[in-house]
Design a protein around this ligand. Structure first.
Ligand code: TMP
Ligand code: ASP
Length: 241
């Protein structure tokens, strides 16, 4: 599929048009960002690694019946995806307390939760992605009640697929963030998983040692970020990582 004009440059990926308005090229750059763009760097090899991990995870999710925008890998750094109109919220599921939840409620990082906790965040770097609830989303017109229910249901079902997959690789899926939308050629169809699933948007801890294998290595200056991302890819069996 021929790559067309650059449409959007995010913090870690650039999106290009194709000759067919129903499809886009998602290009994974080496850029890494944390704290809503306040901390930036380039990490060699991140683009390729995340492109491959994402492809593998998206294929597993699709095989388990989750509708996703992912079509196929195009090359080392690029994947073909369906063009989507995105809901401007982030869906987070937590199996273990960490990050902003630990800070907000004064609970120790690493505290196991008796069941997964779901949280919505409004997607806005300028506002630092504030926590929001169903009413904010519905009344402010970001999504309908049906879409809210679908985002929760799909995000929880992703947990049921990925938690055991990571566990089999000796990795604890601590938390993760998903984003949803509707394909532009099917605006009233099923809510569809968009964006990415990579170590940039989740917390992954070694099940035995608790070592961090995700973007907290960058946020917290722990070093060897991409070596640990690659370790994740290898352990889950993502081809080419
Ligand atoms: P948090 O603890 O900072 O709220 O993040 C929870 C999980 O969601 C963590 O794995 C990182 C991911 N996340 C993002 O990838 N991007 C975001 O903008 C937010 C708020 C969370
Ligand atoms: N994804 C956000 C950023 O790039 C927040 C974070 O990961 O800390 O800045």
């Amino acid at each position: 599929m021929q790559k067309g004009a650059e449409l959007y440059k995010g913090k870690a990926k650039t999106v290009f048009a194709t000759a067919d308005a129903r499809y886009l090229v998602m290009h994974y750059r080496d850029d890494v960002s944390a704290f809503d763009g306040a901390k930036l760097a380039k990490l060699e090899g991140k683009g390729e690694t995340n492109n491959r991990i994402n492809a593998w995870v998206m294929e597993k999710l699709a095989a388990a019946g989750v509708p996703t925008h992912f079509v196929r890998l195009l090359n080392e750094r690029e994947s073909l995806v369906r063009a989507m109109k995105m809901v401007p919220v982030e869906c987070v599921v937590r199996n273990v307390c960490a990050g902003s939840m630990a800070k907000r409620y004064g609970i120790a990082e690493g505290t196991r939760l008796s069941e997964p906790i779901f949280e919505f965040f409004y997607k806005s770097d300028a506002l630092h992605d504030p926590l929001c609830n169903d009413d904010h989303i519905r009344v402010l017109g970001w999504a309908s009640s049906e879409e809210i229910a679908a985002m929760k249901a799909i995000t929880h079902s992703v947990n049921g697929i990925l938690k055991p997959m990571f566990a089999a690789a000796g990795i604890d899926l601590v938390d993760y963030k998903l984003e949803f939308g509707h394909p532009v050629d099917d605006p009233h169809g099923a809510l569809t998983l968009g964006d990415e699933f990579t170590p940039d948007g989740c917390r992954l801890w070694d099940a035995k040692t608790g070592e961090k294998l995700d973007k907290d290595r960058f946020r917290r200056d722990l070093g060897e970020v991409i070596q640990h991302y690659r370790e994740v890819g290898r352990r889950i069996g993502a081809p080419g990582v």
